[in-house]
Design a protein around this ligand. Structure first.
Ligand code: FMN
Length: 185
């Protein structure tokens, strides 16, 4: 019988990002840990967003997304605003500094080390989430501060994971589709 230890997945390392997009005049963004470069020529970067998220809806309709790479200085309150609340209930950008580059997605400047502005060129339905593949149209390095890793967020910032994150681990027990949380990483 195959051994399946989902805890091993916690050994995969990630960063901390705010992924943003827009719908008409409305702008929104969310925390995502899944942002990585997949090719260089052209430069392509992917993100993975839960289908229930407002940001997912905005990226799907606008065909673009922005990424702010967070620094270690981002605090729990700031991360919580983008990672534990939905933009359906309030404007996440009140008192948040941002700029637009090429696509119209808002790029968060606060607690960021760099900005990416991407056009969606392909997407893959992976069930609960969609994997968006973006071509990099514009980017800007903001400073030399240390980017925050997911590990640092857990161990130094003492942050938790939200249920819509791909890294929020659940398993099916007893064959009755009873979802049981086995832990977060
Ligand atoms: C540490 C952390 C990591 C997260 N990573 C992801 C992620 O990679 N993908 C995702 O879809 N949601 C992720 N989330 C959850 C979203 O940020 C959260 O569902 C957010 O409230 C969605 O906001 P929206 O509805 O305004 O788009 C994460 C949350 C936290 C706190």
């Amino acid at each position: 019988m195959n051994k399946l230890d989902l805890g091993v997945l916690c050994q995969i390392q990630y960063g901390m990002f705010i992924v943003t997009s827009y719908f008409g005049e409305k702008i929104n963004g969310q925390i995502s840990t899944v942002v990585f470069q997949v090719t260089c020529q052209p430069a392509q970067v992917v993100t993975c967003l839960h289908k229930d998220n407002l940001t997912h809806q905005f990226v799907t309709t606008s065909g673009s997304f922005g990424v702010s790479i967070l620094s270690q200085e981002a605090d729990l309150k700031f991360i919580g605003q983008f990672g534990f609340r939905t933009g359906r209930d309030f404007d996440k950008f009140t008192n948040v500094n941002y700029k637009k580059l090429s696509t119209g997605s808002p790029l968060v400047l606060d607690h960021a080390v760099g900005l990416l502005d991407l056009k969606v060129i392909k997407y893959i339905d992976v069930g609960t989430h969609t994997l968006f593949i973006g071509e990099l149209l514009a980017s800007e390095k903001l400073n030399d501060k240390t980017p925050m890793t997911y590990d640092y967020y857990h161990n130094a910032v003492k942050g938790k994971t939200q249920k819509n994150a791909p890294t929020f681990q659940t398993c099916v027990t007893g064959g009755h589709n009873e979802n049981k949380t086995i832990g977060t990483c």
